[in-house]
Design a protein around this ligand. Sequence first.
Ligand SMILES: [Zn+2]
Ligand SMILES: [Zn+2]
Length: 296
Amino acid sequence: MDIFCFLPQPYAPLWHKYTGTLALGACLVAFYIASVSDPGRITAANLAAHIALYPYDELTNRRAQQCWTCLWHRPARSKHCPVCNRCIARFDHHCAWINNCVGLLNLKYFLLFLVANMVLCSYGLVLGCIIMHGVLQERGAWRIMVRERTTGRTFLLGSHPRIMLRWMLQNYPVPVAELIFLGVALLLVVSFFAYHVWLISRATTTYETFKWREVGRRLCAERLAEGVDDHGLEPLQGVRSIWRFWLAFRQSYPQQRPVVLPQNIYDAGVYASWKDALFPPVWAKQRVGVKGRKQS
Ligand SMILES: [Zn+2]
Ligand SMILES: [Zn+2]
C-alpha cells in the first residue's frame, strides 16, 4: 500500500516519499518504545532502593505515605497508577496516548515520542504549504482581483488573509482542512513538549504540580485562618472551602503578594534535573514488558 500516493508531483519531488517514510517510521518506532518501556515499576525487590532514592520533603511527599493497594511504604515522588495497577517511581502521569505511565525510567522516551511527532507534523505542514503555494501560484490566485459588492471597490484577493482563507476553503476544502489540522496538532505537541521541558528544568512532575497547588492552597488558608497576617490581611468571614478562600483572597487583594511556596528540595539546578531525567539509575531498570504491566 502506498501511503504517499500523491507523490511525486510538480511541487514535491520524489525524494519526499523517502524522507516522509523515514519521518513516519521514526514516529512509529518512538511510539512503540514509549508504549512498551518500563516507566519505573516498583516491586518488592527494588522497594528499598526506591525509598532511598529521594528524601521526603513532608510537603508534597510525606514519610508516612502508604500504598494501600500494594500494601507497602510508598517511596517519595512515587504514585500508584490506578489504570496500570502498579506503583511507579517519580510518577509523572498516565498517558492515554501511549497507554503507559510516564515515570522515572521512560520520561526520555516520552520526550523522544513528542519530538518525533513535532518533526512529523512540521514536515507535513511545511510540505503541504509548499504544495498549496505552488497550486495557488499556478492558478494565479495571487493576482485575482475581487470587487466588493457594497462599495464597488476592487482589491487583490491575496491582500486580505481572511477573504483569501475563505476562498481557499471553498476551492480546496480538504487540503486546507488538513493543513489547519496539522497546525493545531503541531501547536498542541509543541505546547506539551515545552511544558515538560519546563517541568524537568524545575525538577518537578505533572503529578507534583497538583500537589504543589494543594500546598499553596493550604498555606494560604492557614495564613487567612490565623487572622491578621504579616501583610495586614483581615480574615474573610463565612468562606468555607479552601478553594473559595483562595478565590476570595485573589479577588479581594489582587495587589497582595502571593503565598511564597517553600523550596523544592528535589531541585538541584537545571543541569542536575536534566541529568536525573535523561539518565535514571541503572539498578531501577528491569525486564518488564507489556505483559508485566498488570500486577495481581
Ligand atoms: Zn502501589
Ligand atoms: Zn499507568
